[in-house]
Write a protein that binds this ligand. Structure first.
Ligand code: HEC
Length: 121
């Protein structure tokens, strides 16, 4: 009887041990709400939060790239560099430089805004 219990426990351990619970990977969209991504509610605040504006604004912005206005940001949306840099895609310089990559949720929200036409909303 005890042997049977042991076998049972080992079986459970074997099954649950292989259970893969990385939420991001299992549910790429997760509980990240990308349905109301606008420039003013999502993109601009994210550029502030991740320090992008700190380097990419003023009279001598880093890399000579200013992200301080919608028109400036749109330029880098259209040439693909904004998305390439925040997703650390090869061929682009990974951003934020020297900082942590944006969260998957924030990247997805920005992608939703780009896919909807990158409007000044
Ligand atoms: C510490 C300063 C700093 C921060 C913070 C920073 N950048 Fe940059 N960024 C740079 C510099 C410097 C370059 C030019 C790098 C080069 O050309 O090698 C650059 C380049 C870029 C480019 C051009 C990339 C390319 O492939 O040509 C984009 C787009 C960009 N940054 C966007 C961002 C965004 C979006 C953020 C925030 C998530 C950010 N940066 C945060 C300094 C910074």
């Amino acid at each position: 009887m005890n042997k049977l219990k042991l076998v049972f426990i080992i079986c459970i351990a074997a099954v649950t041990g292989c259970y893969y619970d990385k939420e991001d990977l299992l549910y790429p969209a997760g509980n990240c709400d990308t349905s109301s991504s606008s420039y003013s509610s999502v993109v601009q605040p994210a550029l502030q939060t991740y320090g992008c504006i700190g380097c990419h604004s003023g009279s001598a912005p880093s890399g000579n790239i200013s992200l301080s206005t919608y028109e400036n940001v749109r330029t880098y949306v259209q040439n693909g560099k904004l998305y390439g840099s925040i997703t650390h895609t090869s061929g682009f310089v990974a951003m934020p430089q020297g900082g942590n990559k944006m969260s998957t949720c924030d990247v997805n929200k920005i992608k939703a805004w780009i896919d909807a036409g990158a409007l000044n909303d």
